[in-house]
Design a protein. Sequence first.
Length: 163
Amino acid sequence: MTEATTTPAAVTQREWDTWRSFIKMRRALDVALERELQQAAEISSADYEILFSLFNAPGKQMRPGELGQRLGWEKSRVSHQVSRMGARSLIERRDCDADARGTWVGITPNGSRAVLGAMRSHADSLRSNFFDVLTDDELDLLRSLSDRVLERTTNACETTGDC
């Protein structure tokens, strides 16, 4: 191996500043959205992601593996989150008639009420904290940049199998 392949690439001060600003913005946005979900419907952002996915799924149910894939979550994270939400009667596990070993995760009436209560507030929070501070050109640029980074990280994930 040459030195060029074993030495990490230098990160400039400008790059570090940009990275830190991005991380700080992302964390502040996550906190604002989380706070809004708690106030509007007493659910977390993880609860909302699952409830929203199930609410929009055919039959308002999904297999756990499909849910994890849609959310980009590990199997164990889905399992733990589903268990916590089941204990609060937001979702329920149902046996799969076609596959005795399989289960479905379905939204309950309580879960439907919670996600419906959160949708308007969540959209308003996204609007005021994110969309309204960007121009249409900036939104297009952000989308393009996000897609490029996702493509790079997805390709790396698929190449190494470390997903």
